[in-house]
Design a protein around this ligand. Structure first.
Ligand code: URA
Length: 436
């Protein structure tokens, strides 16, 4: 078999056989197939797509390109949750402790932020002392005793995805539905949970810009998961504007703490309650979503969810005084206020613009080697549907950068708010639930 023939076959719109997909992935991971041929194949897939069978085979070969975890020795039904990425998405930090407080087990492997999207591991590491490098026995002990752990993916899990994602990032092939589906599901399957809830984000700040693409991606991933014996469901959630009011690592952790006290922004709380209810049912802790939601509301009200978060952070080496007294998080030296130049209603708040601006303020990475400023980011005061008066505060930038660097960013953030005179109804955060 020759890789060039497989690239030509896909380029011309034909279906690859299981053997051909295996030849590509095995050869690429072993270093026998060079980056340039794998890139060409990924570009051909971006243009010509893949059948569901091809995507299932690609996922399976990627999953088995490295270590596959077996979590059967851990207590209970293990549920995992994965978001396809967004701006201000601190859901995992809130949801993990919430479902654990209700009796589910969350053994979660998360990723880092890149570009305009944030990553749960970076957010966790903004808490002094926290480690996400927890493996083997220590991971098992934490999950069994506390019911939740959020850690980094071990180095030996899905090496094919690491190599392929790095290539996609620099060759314009991130936005391919088959490649996203295989990337996400190979990692979820290799991480060993029994049940998976996928949060497929849709809108300006997400990879999927419209509902049709988001639905297609969600159905493909739900189908692969269920076919391979994992109870898999998906929510489609809005990412046309950022989730919640905080964007940036330490700022988002503080918002997550507020949410665990029941004081989170409405969209974040709604996403956590709906996703959590689905996860509790998947974990067989409740019989229906209504019971799940009631249990989650009680876990927030009683403080049980917050206690779980404190225990999880403590187990991962974090200084819990920051969780008990979030005012201890160091603020960036500059706070720049952005004010409205007209009265009206916010009709759009571009999540991509806000995500990119937060990154430029120091809160994110442009390349994998960039160092994040944990205190940097943006606090929003207004969201879509809100009324604003001329001169009212729209957002505050937090940054350690100098004025010549942050001034153009302040202009961009102001432009991200579009204000009109007519009343506006915001999009619901949950756009759709996909069960099978
Ligand atoms: N998240 C992933 O893990 N992989 C993708 O390809 C896109 C989002």
């Amino acid at each position: 078999m020759r890789m060039v023939d497989l690239i030509i076959k896909k380029r011309d719109g034909h279906e690859l056989s299981d053997e051909e997909i295996t030849f590509w992935i095995d050869g690429y991971v072993k270093g026998e197939i060079p980056d340039y041929q794998s890139s060409a194949m990924q570009m051909a897939i971006l243009f010509k797509g893949m059948t569901n069978r091809e995507i299932a085979t690609l996922t399976d070969r990627m999953e088995h390109s490295g270590e596959v975890l077996n979590l059967s020795h851990l207590k209970g039904v293990k549920v995992d949750k994965h978001s396809t990425g967004g701006v201000g998405d601190k859901t995992s930090l809130v949801l993990g402790p919430m479902v654990a407080a209700c009796g589910a087990t969350l053994a979660k492997m998360s990723g880092r932020g890149l570009g305009h999207t944030g990553g749960t591991l970076d957010k966790l590491e903004s808490i002094p002392g926290v480690t996400v490098a927890i493996e083997g026995e220590r991971f098992a002990r934490q999950v069994n005793s506390i019911g939740c752990a959020i850690v980094g993916q071990t180095g030996s899990l899905v090496p094919a995805d690491k190599k392929m994602y790095a290539l996609r990032d620099v060759t314009g092939t991130v936005e391919s539905i088959p490649l996203i589906a295989a990337s996400v599901m190979s990692k979820k399957l290799a991480s060993g949970s029994d049940a998976i809830l996928l949060d497929v984000t849709v809108g300006e700040g997400a990879f999927m810009k419209n509902m049709d693409d988001a639905r297609t991606l969600a159905h493909i991933m739900v189908d692969i998961g269920n076919r391979l014996g994992r109870n898999t469901k998906a929510v489609l959630s809005d990412m046309s504007e950022p989730l919640g009011l905080a964007v940036g690592n330490a700022l988002e952790v503080k918002e997550a703490i507020a949410a665990l006290h029941g004081n989170g922004p409405k969209d974040l709380m709604e996403l956590c309650y709906t996703s959590g209810a689905i996860m509790l049912k998947q974990a067989k802790v409740v019989k229906d979503y209504e019971e799940g939601r009631a249990k989650l509301e009680e876990a927030i009200k009683s403080g049980a969810a917050f206690d779980k978060f404190v225990k999880m952070i403590e187990a991962q080496g974090g200084d819990i005084s920051y969780i008990l007294h979030p005012e201890k998080f160091e603020l960036a030296k500059n706070q720049i206020e952005i004010r409205a130049s007209q009265s009206g209603y916010v009709t759009s708040l571009n999540a991509l613009e806000i995500g990119v601006s937060s990154m430029k303020l120091g809160g994110g990475r442009e390349t994998l080697d960039d160092v994040i400023d944990m205190s940097a980011g943006i606090l929003l005061n207004k969201k879509v549907g809100d009324h604003v008066d001329k001169g009212e505060l729209l957002a505050t930038l937090h940054t350690n950068k100098e004025p010549e660097e942050y001034k153009p960013i302040a202009d961009d953030v102001k432009k991200a708010f579009v204000i009109v005179s007519e009343k506006v109804t915001p999009m619901p955060v949950i756009r759709e639930i996909i069960e099978k």
